[in-house]
Design a protein around this ligand. Sequence first.
Ligand code: GLP
Length: 287
Amino acid sequence: SSPRVRLPQRSERRSSALKLQTKERFFPMAEVIIVPGREAGGKLVASEIARRIRATPDLVLGLATGSTPLPVYQALVPALAGVDLSTVRGFALDEYVGLDPAHPQSYRSVITREVVEPLGLDPARIRVPDGRLDGVAHAGEIYEAAIMDAGGIALQILGIGTDGHIGFNEPGSSFASRTRVKTLTEQTRTDNARFFASPDEVPMHCITQGLGTILEADHLVLLAFGSSKAAALAAAVEGPLSASVPGSAIQLHPHVTVVVDEDAAAELARAEYYRYAYANKPDWQGL
Ligand code: GLP
């Protein structure tokens, strides 16, 4: 006869909740890999993506913009040479609102230039949230439906903002948030001004996958390079779960790989453990 499932009594539930708070080993934790530099990080992530695409030719990738993932996209070109990519699908994390999609800094343009064209992907299979003013109120729901229709995102690439944002989920974003319009912080607008002719040109609003959307991807790969990311990265990986640090939402996900260079790793309290764990990583375990 099959074993009976006995639901825990109320007192037992309470004590196991206490254990969860006090015993770190009960938490699934991100794997943190400290690499010598951007290029090494890009190659490592690209080789995992290439492995996944070889196994699943219609893989659904979650694509990040910003400068951080560029070494991944560059390393993907040689890693995928000769592989048929005609069925690969992709969803960008976010887009500026009110910026002409043809503007060179729209995320549609960035994804086309940095990912679609170099890899020769089918542009019809790569979606970016629609940030055009006309219809932006419903663009979030439409995007969520498209992700669901594709069967969800298999591997989501993430960067992190200096204020701890992932996608464009600024501090205060709900862990349950879905794709929606957000107002950018002044800090993010200042950080991103380098891509525009003047800081005033940086849009005030964006449309971004929510933290709840991002948490539904099967595998999150968060990259961070450079000392400007050290504080935000440490808060996201090791700090308390908090909507004030949107990147800390990754701690709720059972499969996260964090790839950082030495500078971005500088404020991690458990850096030695991460190095030790990676040095002793079982051969059978992929990223
Ligand atoms: C940008 C993007 C994020 C990105 C982050 C860091 O504004 N919306 O997806 O991860 O901010 O950008 P960068 O990689 O250029 O430092």
